[in-house]
Write a new protein. Sequence first.
Lengths: 440, 186
Amino acid sequence: MFPGAFPAGAQDRLLPASIPYRFFGTAVVLHLAAWAVLLAAAGEVPGFAGGLGPVLAALHLVTLGVLAMTALGAAFQLLPVATSRALGPDWACRLSWWLLAPGVVALAIGMGTGWMTALEGGAVLAAAGLVVGGSLMARTLAGVPGLAAITRPTWLALAALLVLAGLGLLLVWDFAAGLLPDHVRVAAVHGLVAGYGFMGSLALGFSTVLVPMFVLGQPVPDAIGRRCAALVAAGLVLAAAGALAGLGWLVVLGGTAGLAAAAMHAIALAKVFKGRMRKRLEPFFRLLLPGWAVLPVSILAGMALALGVPVARLAPLWGFLMVFGWLLTVVTGILQRIMPFLASMHTAAAGGKPALLSGLTARRPLDLHAGLHGLAIVLVAAGILAGSPLLVRLGAAAGLAGAAAFAAFAIELARRYRAHRLSSLSSSSSPLATTKDVRP
Amino acid sequence: MDLHGKESPVWLVAGQDVAPFDVRPLIAAGTDPFSELMAKAESVASGEVLVVDAPFNPSPLRRALAARGFSSWGRQLAEGHWRIHFRRDGANGWQDGAEFQATPEDAAVWREADGLHIDVRRLDAPRPMLAILRLIDGLGPAERVVTVHHERMPHFLLPELAERNWRLAHCVESTFDLRLRLEREG
């Protein structure tokens, strides 16, 4: 009766709450740590040109500790539902966290202090955690027919993950062995593959499902997803080749492809917005929309850097805009929406009435976070451009306060979730328990 | 949502002498009759009719055969027994003449004795959730029950239902059909 294989029954694809929330909780804590380290190292930010130190540690606390951590937690729960494919064993999800979380902490300590054992051990653990998580995602995606709007960017992200992990390990070993002829160029390729390739492609793919789901609009057509992914892939190859060879025009060509992909994605999402059923935009869009607006600015900054435009401190500005301005803004926006959403799903699965999203979400800390995060991005970017450690320090302090507000939101969410679970323990059995139809 | 007043198409008489292909025993045995049905459909000439007996309204099959040029009309003969007539006629605008209404997400909505039914099987995420919420949001206060034909537990739907004062009251799982009974609260 069904074209194609029928999915594996109506079996539950809801992971145990402890799996996604261990990733999200870690992301919340490392978000605080990243801004704190950046605040401590504010004086080094304006002239940062790579190399070991607290600035590199802060950068990786965000990329691996917040962005990748959130991406894995969200992907483990969302991909199986979106694709109707089983994810894999729960223990593998947990293993991914057990490798990644201590790996990120050790890596950050190693980067911040120059302790090579921590640096190398942390790099290996983090890379292994990402590869385990990526393998689970690949297993879910394999054999999914259609859904190109989400599968193509995700496949691209997984390919980028392998490249960034390999280059990351190479760069770490190079700190001790000095085997690379040009460490800075390889680091640039590692950065753009990690930012635009891995995280960017994941954000691209997930937003084609999450945004329509949250605004109740029609999904992005698969053809758009295919074209976007192709443009991002072409842009990455060109830009990476250009960065490695020191050919600025090639980087600009790659950046142009990236800008075209961003424009195509923005137009597709604008169409989703236009036909949406939920007319009032929820508060998390105040982070999502400006976050996506920073993407083309970061690409333009990277292109200017490649062309050798004599703007002081363009390298740290490019990195900051890509990681903090674009990705961190978008990911904290997504995180504040999916954390209560998944919590509500789990209260429903546990039986009784599901907790209302509005009842689980503490608005005030999120209002504070949005304001402080925006202020932090503006101040730090201005500080980098002006070469002012004071502005960077003020910005990092605002970012740290924003991260604390975000942590308060997460703690309050956990408290309200537990309170709802306790109050509904005595309620009737879960309606999610299916009964078999015995009709002949 | 007005689901009344649709008259059966005149071409239905062409299927009166056609022996129905009863897929209920196959489905009861856990076998997917899709490939067998496709083979039978291939042998149907232009203007001819294929008749299928099924345990439920097979909306995904109807969409799949519409893509191959078959209009369809279904009716419930008894509990657990649907008869669907398929006619190879190009299927242009076939949903306008069908006995159900199609949502913008391509879900089928029809009425049975126990209330409204919506079939969201084989729709890509997030279309099932959109179709269900669109239906619920458009209902008057007198409509208190909706039966959803799904293929998996729609976890993402539950928080949205709660926000709308609806709840998932019961699930019944049979082969190829997870039926979810949604009820308005209060």
